[in-house]
Design a protein around this ligand. Structure first.
Ligand code: FAD
Ligand code: SF4
Ligand code: SF4
Length: 468
């Protein structure tokens, strides 16, 4: 290993200028050059106890792949990541590294951690741009598995099973596969062609993806298992049902859930000028919430041409669940933050269109069950503000359709499917993972759950075959 680079800071990520990027949908972060990647890789101390690996839900062999980058073996580094993570181009872009791998990095104790995510993205992009990979044909083992949904949980489950020779069919409700990676996360953070490439690689492995297939309506899990020859089913249907606050005026025209707004912007291509997508292009937009979804919605509204976009969040900046980087990017792009503030009603004009938001100021009390200080309204602090669009980003829940149409599937009080640490549900032959089990979480946790379930499905089918 070459001599360590003891620079206390990460090599900065080149980004588009904020004044330019807030008017386009191209990717904000431009990626490292080879020289930057090698320099950043040399910041890694190659720690023997490898704490960073414990912070990664899929155990990417971090010191090893970074060492290969330092030696300028970029393809070797890519192959090393692939041993445990099939989607490095996605994870390098959207993993909340600060709370995962980088959150455990020894260099981060006194200074900035090694830019593990940036390096992962670099090698994945290097591979895509420079290496023409051939997928080897894998002989079928004659067993059929169905995956419901095509988000990161199902895609990683399907990929792992296909690599072992299973005939895998993915059933997706939307007309495009990818789950939140394509309908939620905007183009400027995760370009769709990168996700599509990952899906193409699954197709090359023999995975069949059937779109416009709502399981629970077009087909049921019972039909998949009893009539269509699938020996196991993996449910990776996510948590895409938006929560609302239950306040007056939420039905007014111009009040969106973030899911609907982002789906229109992403899947219905409002981000392209050559498409005429039905979406309200507001002038004064308020986004309610403080998570990644709220940041994505606000930054999308700005790019679609809104004059003023504000985030309305009931706690303070310190409690915001969004990634620090995303909050900073939003601020740079001109998003206004109204923290310690909560809407209590919306009002509309005679056509039923929203034109006013009534808010109340908040203060923080004692910590609640989430460990964060509880926001409490300050009596008499109401104020009104003009808005023509409101985007509500206060969380999502699982859609109850699959539970309602499947016998013997246990769910908890939040509507999440109950599954054990192997992804096994209460129903034999039915496995689940990702947001449908945990509630809204992260891409890499969903991928990790998909991998665990793939291993369980393999054991289950082989043991059934041995019994027969
Ligand atoms: P999903 O990605 O939700 O995929 C589920 C799929 O199942 C969907 O395509 C859905 O259409 C389909 N489906 C649902 N019901 C059915 C049915 N009955 N039949 C067939 N198909 C069905 N995480 C991060 O790690 N980093 C981020 O930066 C980040 N940003 C986010 C931004 C937004 C706007 C959102 C909404 C989420 C973000 N997340 C982020 C969270 C992350 O995307 C999710 O945790 C992850 O996608 C969950 O994966 P999944 O496979 O469980 O479900
Ligand atoms: Fe870090 Fe995510 Fe890569 Fe794991 S997959 S090493 S958490 S960026
Ligand atoms: Fe390198 Fe940080 Fe992991 Fe140590 S903890 S091996 S410095 S990435």
């Amino acid at each position: 290993m070459a001599k360590a680079n003891m620079d206390p800071k990460k090599c900065p990520m080149p980004v588009q200028d904020p004044e330019v990027r807030n008017q386009n949908f191209s990717e904000v972060a431009l990626g490292y050059t080879a020289e930057m990647a090698v320099n950043e890789a040399k910041r890694c101390l190659q720690c023997k106890h490898r704490p960073c690996v414990q912070g990664c839900p899929v155990n990417v062999q971090i010191p090893e792949f970074i060492s290969l980058i330092a030696e300028e073996d970029f393809e070797g580094a890519y192959q090393k990541i692939l041993e445990t993570n099939s989607f490095p181009a996605v994870c390098g872009r959207v993993c909340p590294q600060e709370t995962q791998c980088e959150g455990r990095c020894v260099r981060g104790i006194k200074h900035e951690p090694v830019g593990i995510g940036r390096l992962e993205r670099f090698v994945a992009d290097y591979h895509r741009e420079n290496v023409s990979a051939k997928t080897e044909e894998i002989p079928s083992n004659g067993h059929k598995v169905a995956c419901i949904g095509s988000g990161p949980a199902s895609l990683s489950c399907a990929g792992d099973l296909a690599k072992q020779g299973y005939d895998v069919t993915v059933f997706e409700a939307f007309h495009i596969p990818g789950g939140v990676l394509v309908y939620g996360i905007p183009e400027f953070r995760l370009p769709k062609d990168i996700v599509q490439l990952e899906i193409d690689q699954l197709n090359d492995l023999g995975v069949e993806v059937m779109t416009n297939m709502v399981i629970g309506r077009v087909l049921s899990i019972d039909e998949l298992l009893n009539d269509m020859g699938f020996e196991a089913v993996f449910i990776g249907s996510g948590a895409g049902l938006p929560n609302f606050m239950g306040i007056e005026g939420e039905n007014l025209v111009g009040v969106y859930s973030a899911n609907e707004y982002l789906t229109r912007a992403n899947l219905m291509k409002a981000y392209r000028t050559d498409y005429s997508t039905p979406i309200r292009l507001g002038h004064k937009v308020a986004v309610i919430g403080g998570g990644n979804v709220a940041m994505d919605a606000a930054r999308t509204a700005k790019r679609l041409g809104a004059e003023e976009v504000s985030i309305v969040y009931r706690r303070s900046r310190e409690e915001m669940p969004a990634r620090v980087e995303e909050v900073e990017h939003a601020e740079e792009e001109g998003i206004i933050f109204h923290n310690l503030c909560n809407p209590i009603a919306y009002e509309g004009n005679e056509k039923g269109e929203i034109n006013k938001m009534i808010c109340i100021r908040m203060e923080l009390g004692e910590p609640d069950e989430s460990g964060r200080r509880r926001p409490m309204p300050i009596e008499g602090s109401h104020f009104e503000t003009e808005v023509d669009t409101v985007i509500v980003a206060v969380g999502t829940s699982p859609n109850p359709l699959i539970k309602a149409t499947t016998r013997g599937l246990e769910t908890n009080r939040w509507g999440c499917i109950v599954a054990d640490e192997n992804g096994q549900t209460s129903r034999e032959g039915v496995f689940a993972g990702g947001d449908i089990v945990t509630g809204a979480a992260t891409v890499i946790n969903a991928m990790g759950a998909g991998k665990v379930a793939a291993a369980s499905i393999d054991r289950y089918i082989l043991s059934k075959a041995a019994e027969a």
